[in-house]
Structure formats: structure tokens, C-alpha cells
Design a protein around this ligand. Structure first.
Ligand code: CA
Length: 225
């Protein structure tokens, strides 16, 4: 899953980005409203963390502009503690959630998980596809209860597929949601990752649709499972 962080406080921006990257997300970053607006308008983010007090273009204006141009990604706004009116304005402009500064990083991570799963239509933080389970809180994948050790890119890939279980996902889409904008992207590597993931999972859940992409779905029922 790929996220955007728009925050002009450099230290805070870095802290949030680091925490999100450690949690397994690809993260792009912007330090003012114009840059943030441009990225959110042109790149397909799974969720955005948006500060309201920004130079060049304030957060509410950024959010309103995205919503006017039908950008529907979940947006979590960052607000100051005593500014209840900011929250109201933010929600009216199209925010999905808010976090009050100062905050604990755990709260940001939990709210990101929540908006991502809601956006994908999941009710709980554990995503299930047949014998495969993804615990989005622990960042852990199990097959029939046994933990599977994955690299960060493999984890991002299975996490994206698990959020979109049962839906055809193209290689181009996967590339756009797995890597940040600075990454040297190559859609051929996706095939390699899928191959490794299949071997590590050991179950037949990732179907290739020739020329189109992949679908994650539960394997056909096997006796004794
Ligand atoms: Ca600010």
C-alpha cells in the first residue's frame, strides 16, 4: 500500500514517514500544500496523511480541490489540539479521520490501518483468504496458522492483494501501489515477486490472468484441510 504524507514540519514529517515505512508501506512525502496537492492529484495513493496548517496552500483547500476532482482516497487530517473548528472544516472538506497533535505514532498507524481496510471493504484488521491470513497490526502472514517469513517487498505485495481479494489487479497497478515515486520501477520484477510469494506461501491462492494481471482467491477446497 502506498501513502502520501503532507506535513511542513520537517522533523515530524520524517518521523511519520519512518514509522510508516517501518510498518511496511511505500511512502511519498510533501512539505507544502501545492506539492502535496499535485502528488495527490496525479498519483494513486491508498491513503493520505494531511496536515491542515501548510505553506502555499492550506490543508482544507488541498483536500477540497482533491474531492472536487473526484480523488476519493482516504485522507487523515492532522489538527492542533484545541482547534475543534479545524476538524469540522476538515470533515466538511472530505476528510475521513483526524489525529490531534501531538500524537503517538501508534495512533497514526492504527488509523491508517483502519482507513485502508474500510476503503477496501474489510471489517477487521485480520484479512483472510482461504488458509492465508494477514494480520495488519503485526504485519504478519500465516498459512494454516504457520508464520511465513517475507521480505518487505513481498509483504507489500501480499498486503495489497489481500486488501483487494477476488479482484483482478494488473501489474501496472501493483507497481504503482508498491513503490514510492523515487523508486526505480520495473513491472517485470512483479512477476519475480509473485513467483517467490507463491513458493513461500505454498498454497495456490495467486492466480495469473494471462496478459492482464493477478487475482488472489481462496484455493479450491482440498479434502482434509
Ligand atoms: Ca503545519
Amino acid at each position: 500500500m502506498r501513502l502520501l504524507v503532507v506535513e511542513d514540519d520537517k522533523d515530524l514529517n520524517r518521523q511519520v514517514v519512518t514509522a510508516l515505512e517501518q510498518a511496511g508501506y511505500a511512502v511519498d512525502t510533501a512539505f507544502d500544500g501545492e506539492e502535496g496537492h499535485f502528488l495527490g492529484d496525479t498519483e494513486p495513493y491508498d491513503a493520505v496523511i494531511l496536515d491542515l496548517g501548510l505553506p502555499k496552500m492550506d490543508g482544507v483547500a488541498v483536500l477540497s480541490a482533491w474531492r472536487r476532482s473526484q480523488r476519493t482516497m482516504p485522507v487523515i487530517i492532522l489538527t492542533a489540539r484545541d482547534r475543534w473548528s479545524d476538524k469540522v472544516q476538515g470533515f466538511d472538506a472530505g476528510a475521513d479521520d483526524y489525529v490531534t497533535k501531538p500524537f503517538h505514532m501508534e495512533e497514526i498507524l492504527a488509523r491508517v490501518r483502519a482507513v485502508l481496510r474500510r476503503a477496501a471493504g474489510h471489517a477487521t484488521s485480520e484479512l483472510i483468504c482461504g488458509p492465508v491470513r494477514l494480520d495488519t497490526r503485526a504485519g504478519r502472514v500465516t498459512v494454516d496458522g504457520n508464520p511465513v517469513k517475507l521480505t518487505s517487498h513481498e509483504y507489500r505485495l501480499i498486503a495489497y492483494l489481500m486488501h483487494h481479494v477476488g479482484r483482478l489487479v494488473s501489474r501496472a497497478e501493483i507497481v504503482e501501489h508498491l513503490y514510492d515515486q523515487d523508486f526505480d520501477r520495473d513491472s517485470n520484477t512483479i512477476e519475480v515477486f509473485v513467483g517467490r510469494l507463491r513458493r513461500k506461501l505454498g498454497v495456490d491462492v495467486i492466480q495469473t490472468v494471462r496478459g492482464l494481471g493477478y487475482i488472489l482467491q481462496p484455493p479450491p477446497e482440498t479434502p482434509g484441510r
